[in-house]
Design a protein around this ligand. Structure first.
Ligand SMILES: [Zn+2]
Length: 105
């Protein structure tokens, strides 16, 4: 059974040092990153697309989409988030655990 386990799937479960594309919102000093494709993560001062003062990111490891206000001061970062698997990050989002995705100073 184990021999038939697709290599692609086992790599999703592999726990390894993870580096993510992240955004640092300098308005509220929050670092955010998207844990998986459908995860929209926002900083503390993000309200909505209409009355927005902050920033949000989604796309996970597939793409990067950013929703940002004209008044938001931000920078892109690459952040080490420790030893974790892609499945752990997905379950953190889908299960509402929210251990990952936001780094507050
Ligand atoms: Zn913010």
């Amino acid at each position: 059974m184990k021999d038939n386990y697709p290599q692609e799937l086992s790599s999703l479960h592999q726990i390894k040092p993870m580096k993510v594309s992240a955004i640092h919102c300098k308005n509220c000093n929050t670092i955010i990153y998207s844990r998986c494709r459908d995860d929209i993560r926002s900083c503390r001062c993000f309200k909505s697309e209409k009355e927005n003062v902050g920033i949000a990111i989604n796309g996970g490891f597939d793409y990067v989409k950013v929703i940002v206000s004209s008044t938001c001061d931000y920078e892109f970062l690459h952040v080490d988030i420790g030893d974790v698997s892609l499945v752990d990050l997905y379950r953190d989002w889908s299960g509402g655990v929210d251990k990952y995705g936001v780094i507050n100073d």
